[in-house]
Design a protein around this ligand. Sequence first.
Ligand SMILES: [Zn+2]
Ligand SMILES: [Zn+2]
Length: 484
Amino acid sequence: MVANEWMGKSDMKSQFLTAVAALALMACSPAADQAQTPAAPEAGASAAAALAASATPAPVPGDDAMRQSIVADYETNLQALYEHFHANPELSLMEIQTAARLASELRAIGFEVTEGVGGTGIVAVLTNGEGPTLMLRTDMDGLPVEENTGVTYASTVTGVDRRGLESPVMHACAHDTHMTAIVGTARQMMERRDQWSGTLVLIGQPAEEVGLGAGMMIEDGLFERFPQPDYNVAFHTFSGIPAGEITYVPGYAMANVDSVDIIVHGRGGHGAYPHATKDPVYLSAQIVIALQGLISRELSPLDPGVITVGAINAGTKHNIIGNEAHMQLTVRSYTDEVREHLLTGIERIAHAQAASYGLTPEEYPDVEVEDPYTPALYNDPALANRAVAAMRARFGDDAVIETTPVMGGEDFSQYERTDAHIPTFMFWVGGTTQARLDDYAARGVAAPSNHSPLFAPDDPEETITQAIEAMTAVSLDILAPTEG
Ligand SMILES: [Zn+2]
Ligand SMILES: [Zn+2]
């Protein structure tokens, strides 16, 4: 996977002495994390298969009117829409055509749509009598990844990001499946207006991958200008879960995500005379190694934490020692205490390494923690239980599986962090067929994770129609008319 990521970045500018996976931004890569946790997909899948063999049969998909309606919609409309989104991804905060298309789809179904909420965000409202307000969210952004899936509708587009850098763009995190499923869910809920009562708010959120979009929509009055939800629900497609399966975590599900920049200062000079310089590349390497001691020697082994140096950019040429190196880190944690320890520890270690190399305090590295950060995602247990019951009623107990938290991040967490503390639930939908997962396992390699140039759902119909069915089932349950 690393090799392929490199292939995708092979035209990076030559002044980057080292440019490691700049695509690994900050958000939503739980599938990759899952693949490395003890709850590996193969183990989960075989456990699920064993359960499936012994448990009572689940309801058979395709045996009722809703399922048939969703499949028909997929064949008539949604497949083309999905392939359009997939072939035309846009980078974070640049989701202009994507948002316009999503808005027009939802408007055509009969929702009242407002565009330009928090940048490119859209809000679609359907009021249908008395009752609670439910918000369903899709994200809209792609990633700076060069697609290498080989699907006929693969992206070949490039985009310019908010900093002006051009790169290939790909829906490598399956946000295209989320948008397609929101449209499908909207159509189901419109067709079933006689089965629910209340208000449905659908949002298309920008910039999930850089952790900014949710905050931008909230700041732009999402909960004041539009009906304030009583519940927020979303799903995310993940590569490591078999298509046809849904997993969820009640309570804390995903991590605090901090992005940290370290500007390492040195004293440049000729590469043949290093003794006359202070080499920032050498110092950066020392810092990379020392930082891992924060995790392995300073945290309790029972407290999760991650520090990944995703990029080091420095230098211009073989024989020149530059003045500066720029390091970009992602830092993950669950509790506020661990988060604080890691963030202060990074600065302490960066400064100490510089001191050890003989730099003066004025030359110590600048350590900057990006604000705002993405807080840990908390799934309201009561809402989770209710949604899971609704999904199990359709798919059977064995297809909706409780799993373990991951260190990926999601700014969906922000919607719960306002003063209103709106109960929030996000679940995962399988994005790779069991046959494909088995094939990778047989070859002893992990299936491509979200954010990989090789990842797109290999059976998008299965993934998207199940997501629609799940979202519709949960929505109908939450918005069920109350008796009397
Ligand atoms: Zn992502
Ligand atoms: Zn994502």
